[in-house]
Design a protein around this ligand. Structure first.
Ligand SMILES: N=c1c2ncn([C@@H]3O[C@H](COP(=O)(O)OP(=O)(O)OP(=O)(O)O)[C@@H](O)[C@H]3O)c2ncn1[C@@H]1O[C@H](COP(=O)(O)O)[C@@H](O)[C@H]1O
Length: 108
């Protein structure tokens, strides 16, 4: 079975290929054409829909909306020239650093 990471990396390759695709035949190319601000708006909408699915205890909705959210966030990152690896590097930098300690250090 394909690992989650393999799936995400394969999707990232497809998103790269869609940079030269026709917006009339590709949803991703259509998003790129609208630009990062419009894509960011879409990410916001999908985040709200994910939160609403949680509030409504809609288990299927939580997975579906989360998939929409992750997909649109990946398109947004691509539209700005970033990769999942850039996000992973930032998470690696934070690894082991307690969120509570980091917040407290900002409040000093
Ligand atoms: N994973 C996805 C994926 N997830 C969600 N979506 C689309 O995201 C859109 C979000 O749905 P909404 O109802 O929120 O939005 P909408 O009503 O279509 O759009 P609005 O006009 O309201 O903004 C739907 O059209 C979904 O089909 C996706 N579209 C594409 N992919 C992947 O991207 C690849 C490339 O897609 P194309 O560029 O279209 O070939 C595909 O092969 C898939 O692997």
């Amino acid at each position: 079975m394909t690992s989650a990471l393999d799936m995400l990396l394969r999707l990232e390759e497809t998103l790269e290929e869609r940079k030269s695709a026709d917006p009339d035949t590709s949803y991703v190319a259509k998003l790129y054409k609208k630009g990062p601000c419009k894509i960011a708006q879409k990410v916001g909408e999908e985040a709200v829909e994910t939160a609403m699915a949680v509030a409504m205890d809609d288990d299927i909705g939580i997975i579906n909306e989360s998939a929409d959210l992750v997909f649109h966030l990946m398109v947004l990152l691509k539209s700005r020239g970033y990769k999942l690896e850039d996000v992973a590097l930032e998470l690696a930098r934070r690894e082991g650093l307690s969120g509570l300690e980091e917040k407290a250090s900002r409040e000093d």
